[in-house]
Design a binder for this molecule. Structure first.
Ligand SMILES: Nc1ncnc2c1ncn2[C@@H]1O[C@H](COP(=O)(O)OP(=O)(O)O)[C@@H](O)[C@H]1O
Ligand SMILES: [Mg+2]
Length: 265
């Protein structure tokens, strides 16, 4: 089987600022990978590069055994910036169906097939009850599930989910992680799931991809989320504290995600 993703000396510069520098790594098919790192570490940029929306300044990206191509139907994407016009009188069903109609790759689908596909995606996110509800009446967690359903249209083999836990309370965060785990199995897909905090993902992860100072470390949680590895990545002293099956990444006396000196931006 092809690898899901292979980066070969990947370098990305945006407006003269080096976001990612000479990154080489391979992610096997069918993995659940947490993409972690402080604000500005390059998580979103990496996903956009995999989609062909950002062009590397150096190196190459291979996705599911092929070169990056914009509009790759085998990739499902949930962007971090969610520009949903909530004043539209849109129902959940229409919102998910718009992903079929707006299919970047423009395959014509008969109505019956659209309906079946939308229903399938809604079922997968346990959202069939949202089909008839107006978007503007939904909670953040419910909208998040519809966005996830949109990303499933076309049954992608690689799912890029950019901070799907943002703005959700812990209970809804757990629900989203559990759903993504089920979906990954159902589709036999590889998942790249970016987050600020590793803890909600711990039970689901196969590997973590930590980004910092334009570099990256990939591997199982036990080998990557350690003081020495993260100190080297961030270029500052990091302590990793494990307590009651939770992990705290500390820079000095603050959680690293909140500490200014590990921010790269
Ligand atoms: N279009 C852009 N032009 C210039 N710099 C950008 C652009 N988009 C993002 N950046 C910068 O690239 C870095 C990485 O951003 P981003 O990928 O959004 O990080 P993350 O998703 O990890 O928070 C940041 O320093 C950000 O300011
Ligand atoms: Mg981001």
């Amino acid at each position: 089987m092809n690898d899901a993703l292979s980066l070969n000396h990947l370098t990305i510069q945006l407006s003269g600022h080096t976001v990612l520098s000479d990154i080489s790594l391979t992610i096997a098919a069918n993995r659940f990978v947490g993409v972690l790192g402080p604000n500005g570490a390059g998580k979103s940029t990496l996903m956009r590069a995999i989609l062909g929306l950002v062009r590397p300044s150096g190196g190459t990206i291979s996705v599911l055994g092929a070169d990056v191509a914009a509009g790759n139907a085998r990739i499902g994407y949930m962007p971090q910036v969610r520009t949903t016009n909530l004043s539209l009188p849109l129902r959940g069903y229409d919102f998910v169906a718009s992903a079929v109609e707006g299919h970047r790759w423009g395959i014509f689908w008969p109505t019956r097939k659209v309906r079946a596909e939308v229903q399938w995606a809604l079922d997968l996110v346990e959202g069939s009850g949202l089909a008839d509800r107006p978007l503007r009446d939904l909670s953040g967690g419910e909208r998040q599930r519809l966005l996830l359903a949109q990303a499933l249209i076309g049954r992608p083999q690689l799912l890029l989910l950019d901070e799907p836990l943002a703005g959700l309370d812990p209970r809804h965060q757990q629900a989203v992680v559990r759903l993504v785990g089920q979906i990954r199995k159902e589709l036999a897909a590889t998942v790249l799931f970016s987050a600020h905090d590793i803890n909600p993902l711990l039970g689901a992860l196969d590997e973590v991809l930590y980004l910092g100072r334009s570099h990256a470390v990939l591997g199982p949680v036990e080998s990557v989320v350690t003081g020495p590895v993260l100190s080297r990545l961030y270029g500052t002293s990091i302590d990793v504290i494990r307590h009651r099956e939770r992990i705290f990444v500390m820079a000095g006396n603050t959680a690293a995600e909140e500490a200014d000196h590990v921010h790269d931006a």
